[in-house]
Design a binder for this molecule. Structure first.
Ligand code: 6PG
Length: 466
């Protein structure tokens, strides 16, 4: 019994994480429900095999780990986590720590932390896909600080590093880590959607081929948009299907899947009354993308929009600037939601540190997060769009966003996330909006009362019906 840590669930992410842990010099014991998976995993671990103890039963796993034990669960989110905890807890001592490192809904993590009572439990969000898990993910921890401290040396060792800072941070109690991971995924959805929309403009509006689109993303990846998602979008656009020799992108069905994290973010944002329209638009766009038959019927019925833009209507520089503005607005919304949740749930979520944890390792890693971290360190409660660095960027780029959204609207190219971003920007710079009309209507039909600009609340209008 001398493994420093255990891991349950050798799927893609679990296997990669276990190898990463072993690679960083920690002895690890592993177990998988199907033991052939465990055996194969160990047999293929190469020189890391010495650091890995494969086990065939949960009892064997528990016996292989030094006390007080720490065991990472990498099983599918939802019921499987509860089932695994139920099977494991009775075999553990009261000081042994269970760490759920899957993509749990943070409400489940809150509940599990509560159910655990005095028994140690952590819920940690892990981002970065298989590559990240293997060579350095971004880790967002949640649960009691003392439990985090027990395993922090392992989690920081295996995490991504930005310069010398480890991208592994304790976010707060209970489900705080999984909450931050959910918002990460919401931002991920919006970032991906905005890139997909810009791809649509290049493909349908500008008539560019995949190679030219790939080159454009590759060029942007050397500028202010530099990020993992821009980098891989260039690679995706440039790939060739080995089966047909055609561009891979042209063969992929345009219906996007989702496992739920982006949707959870949007549901939670509604409950918090936190406006995150670009993220909502991205989730809606995925839902809508699945309606393949209806969209085909729509094209038959209404005809194809003349998507080709007039010559010189938009330059690639304008597209790049529009994407920058959109991206800033989407992150501003995500961080604003984190601020609201932090107050609502009594967490003290460390906003500048969250930007740093996302700086490397995770899917939304990008250069822009450096400035975001700095801006949030100046004032955590200020919406990022008002931080001087980003305000300046928005001042110089929002017109490009406007031109892109306008061209999309004129030529029938749907741009849900970019246009939501623009609408958010315009709404956020309109001191006197139009909710006075809503309040008038509410008072008219329901005597709900309104506040007057010259003072006081609970006033009623001269509607003559109440
Ligand atoms: C990450 C990703 C990851 C995500 C899956 C699929 O940060 O590594 O966010 O955790 O869950 O890639 O997500 P969807 O199926 O919802 O697109």
């Amino acid at each position: 019994s001398n493994a420093e840590i255990g891991l349950i669930g050798l799927g893609t992410m679990g296997a990669a994480l276990a190898l990463n842990i072993a690679d960083n010099g920690f002895d690890i014991a592993v177990w998988n429900r199907t033991s052939t998976v465990t055996k194969d995993f160990h047999a293929n671990a190469g020189e890391l095999a010495d650091k890995i103890t494969p086990t065939e039963t949960l009892e064997e796993l528990v016996a292989a780990i030094a006390e007080p034990r720490a065991i990472i669960l990498m099983v599918p989110a939802g019921q499987p986590v509860d089932d695994q905890i139920a099977a494991l807890r009775p075999l553990l001592g009261e000081n042994d720590l269970i760490i759920d490192a899957g993509n749990a809904n943070f409400h489940d993590t809150n509940r599990r932390a509560e159910e655990a009572g005095d028994l140690p439990f952590l819920g940690i969000g892990v981002s970065g896909g298989e590559e990240g898990a293997r060579f350095g993910p971004s880790i967002m921890g949640g649960g009691k600080r003392e439990y985090w401290d027990r395993v922090a040396h392992i989690l920081t060792a295996i995490s991504a590093k930005h310069e010398d800072t480890a991208c592994a941070t304790w976010m707060g109690e209970g489900g705080a880590g999984h909450f931050v991971k959910a918002v990460h995924n919401g931002i991920e959805y919006a970032d991906m959607q905005m890139i997909a929309e810009v791809y649509g403009i290049m493909r349908d509006g500008l008539g560019m081929d995949n190679a030219a689109i790939s080159d454009t993303f590759a060029k942007w990846d050397k500028g202010p948009l530099k990020s993992y998602l821009i980098e891989i979008s260039g690679k995706v656009a440039g790939a060739i299907d080995p089966k047909t020799g055609a561009p891979m992108l042209d063969i992929i069905v345009d219906a996007a899947g989702q496992k739920g994290t982006g949707r959870w973010t949007v549901i939670e944002a509604q409950l918090l009354a936190a406006p995150i329209p670009a993220i909502e638009a991205a989730v809606v766009a995925r839902n809508l993308s699945s309606q393949l038959e209806a969209r085909a019927a729509g094209e038959d019925l209404f005809g194809t929009a003349p998507r080709q833009l007039p010559h010189d209507a938009l330059s690639l520089d304008t597209l790049e600037q529009a994407l920058m503005a959109g991206k800033i607005l989407c992150y501003a919304q995500g961080f604003d939601m984190i601020t609201k949740a932090s107050e609502e749930f009594g967490w003290a979520l460390p906003l500048p540190a969250i930007a740093q944890v996302w700086r490397e390792g995770c899917i939304i890693r990008s250069d822009m997060l450096d400035d975001m971290s700095t801006a949030l360190a100046e004032d955590e409660n200020r919406n990022l769009m008002f931080a001087p660095t980003f305000a300046d960027k928005l001042k110089s780029n929002h017109d490009a966003l406007r031109q892109v959204v306008a061209q999309g609207a004129l030529h029938g190219i749907a741009l849900p996330a970019l246009s939501s971003g623009l609408t958010y920007f315009d709404a956020m710079r309109t001191a006197r909006g139009t909710a006075n009309m809503i309040q008038g209507q509410r008072d008219f039909f329901g005597a709900h009362g309104f506040a007057r600009t010259d003072g006081g609340s609970g006033h009623h209008g001269p509607w003559g019906n109440n």
